[in-house]
Write a protein that binds this ligand. Structure first.
Ligand code: NAD
Length: 472
């Protein structure tokens, strides 16, 4: 672990980029600072009748755009510094991918495994109630989402609690108070896998840069590259899945109980099945065990994807990391020291604030869906499909030739919700990569991708402040 606090690490990266912008120092300070933090404590009645005091936070980093947005994590290591750092990353992340939100983050300080489902439900509902009381949640105010340790189930409890409260119950847009909900509760297709899919699109873009790959001594493209993924949760699992489907070889997988490695490749679904049956990824036939999980971060591979938690690669273990590309699936997996060390070594680091922005991008789509009260594709799908069929039939009539039936169906297909969400996500991740890469190239390649991402974010947030003016 680095002894530099997480928020300070984020701010150091900000400070590295700020001199490349032309904004006044006071404005830069305002962008950097965390606008409001709410630290709450409340009692939880445990199933055995005992009472426990729970600590929780919600940090709203920047109100330059509303609502603010960011996940809620359940983690024993959560503290005020961590939520502020993560909220700051959300501000920059939203700016980079042009999602019109400010940044926020929430946390409840618990080891989730130690709580029953009913205890988790009570905790989540009480946390939501505390947020409502202080106006820290609402479709136009602050919209949480899943993060480490939370998922669609917790989001359902949040939306239900929000809707049950007197004033909120009358709010037409109450469903838009949180994203990452199950589809049956106003969620959007593609949200669950969105962050991992976005990570995959980002890695693809990086690997398609012929010049960067040449410098790394790698061939362009994903196919044939070896990858190690840390964390088989939401982000890690889907990243690993899309990497494997895209033709990469998964040589290592790391979880909290240990890691496994096989230079010939691991089959993701077999690993998941094995873990379900034995409660561990260790002892998979054909793979080598690494009971000390952090050791596997140092194994031979082209792409290393830390997708579990922050501070996983530090000044201490960075010199032993062999990957040529480090793709930050998690938020803050590299300490500032590790970042500098790996950059010096010529490693290509794809920064968290860009790379894992797929989650917030699709959360934005979910929020839009909730506000418009209609599923994407519902109005146009059939019309589009009928037009396509008419066109295909006209071609057949004019040429006297028939399309093979699977080709006919494929071309006729009108876009449904999943198609539109995935297309919006792909477009977002590709254009944001190009913006970031363009800034890097404008500086003659002297700056890294993270600095370029910060320059892009600072410029966008600063523009917002300058156009709006300062109240009063
Ligand atoms: P998750 O709870 O679904 O999964 C995290 C996984 O990491 C779990 O399987 C856990 O067992 C594993 N893990 C914990 N400690 C580990 C260790 N030391 N070594 C290896 N594995 C370990 O969480 P998530 O939603 O996938 O979030 C992971 C990271 O991605 C976090 O940094 C989060 O802030 C970030 N993130 C998540 C989203 C999202 O949409 N869920 C979006 C952007 C960023």
């Amino acid at each position: 672990m680095s002894n530099i606090k997480f928020f300070e690490q984020v701010n150091r990266n900000f400070d590295k980029a700020a001199p490349y912008t032309k904004h006044p120092q006071g404005l830069l300070e305002q962008i950097k600072i965390c606008n409001s933090v709410y630290h709450m404590t409340f009692p939880l009645k445990k199933d055995d009748g005992s009472i426990e005091t729970i600590h929780a936070w919600r940090a709203e980093h920047s109100h330059h755009k509303l609502p603010v947005k960011g996940g809620i994590r359940y983690s024993p290591n959560a503290d005020e510094d961590e939520v502020m750092a993560l909220a700051a990353l959300m501000t920059y992340k939203c700016a980079i991918v042009d999602v019109p939100f400010g940044g926020a983050k929430g946390a409840i300080k618990i080891e989730k495994r130690n709580y029953s489902d009913s205890e988790l439900e009570r905790l989540t509902r009480r946390y939501t109630y505390e947020l409502i009381k202080k106006n820290f949640i609402g479709p136009g105010v602050d919209v949480p989402a899943p993060d480490y340790g939370t998922g669609p189930r917790e989001m359902s409890w949040i939306v239900d609690t929000y809707g049950a409260m007197a004033s909120a119950a009358h709010e037409l847009n109450a469903l838009a108070c949180v994203t990452g909900k199950p589809i049956t509760q106003g969620g959007v297709r593609g949200r669950t896998e969105a962050t991992g899919r976005g990570v995959y699109f980002g890695i693809c873009e990086a690997c398609n840069d012929v010049e960067d790959m040449r410098k790394l001594g790698l061939a362009p493209g994903i196919a044939g590259k070896t990858a190690i993924v840390q964390g088989l949760g939401n982000v890690g699992y889907y990243t690993a899945k899309f990497l494997q489907e895209g033709g990469a070889t998964l040589v290592g997988l790391i979880e909290y109980e240990g890691a496994i490695y096989n230079p010939k490749g691991l089959e993701l679904e077999k690993v998941v099945q094995h873990r379900k049956e034995t409660k561990s990824i260790l002892n998979l036939p054909g793979a080598t065990n690494f009971p000390k999980n952090s050791e596997a971060l140092e194994l031979e591979c082209d792409i290393l994807v830390p997708a579990a938690l922050e501070n996983q690669i530090t000044g201490e273990n960075a010199p032993r990391v062999k990957a040529r590309i480090v793709a930050e699936g998690a938020n803050g997996p590299l300490t500032a020291d590790a970042n500098e060390y790996l950059l010096q070594k010529g490693v290509l680091i794809i920064p968290d604030m860009y790379l894992n922005a797929g989650g917030v991008t699709v959360s934005y789509f979910e929020w839009l869906k909730n506000l418009s009260h209609v599923r994407f594709g519902r109005m146009g799908k059939r019309f589009e499909e009928n037009m396509n069929i008419k066109m295909l039939q006209a071609i057949q009539d004019l040429t006297g030739k028939k399309f093979p039936s699977n080709m006919f169906t494929q071309i006729a297909h009108g876009a449904d919700e999943a198609d539109l969400v995935n297309s919006g996500l792909e477009e977002t991740m590709i254009s944001a990569y190009n913006q970031m890469n363009e800034i890097r190239k404008q500086h003659g390649g002297k700056i890294d991708l993270r600095t370029a991402a910060f320059i892009s974010a600072i410029n966008k947030v600063a523009l917002s402040y300058m156009e709006l003016g300062i109240f009063p």
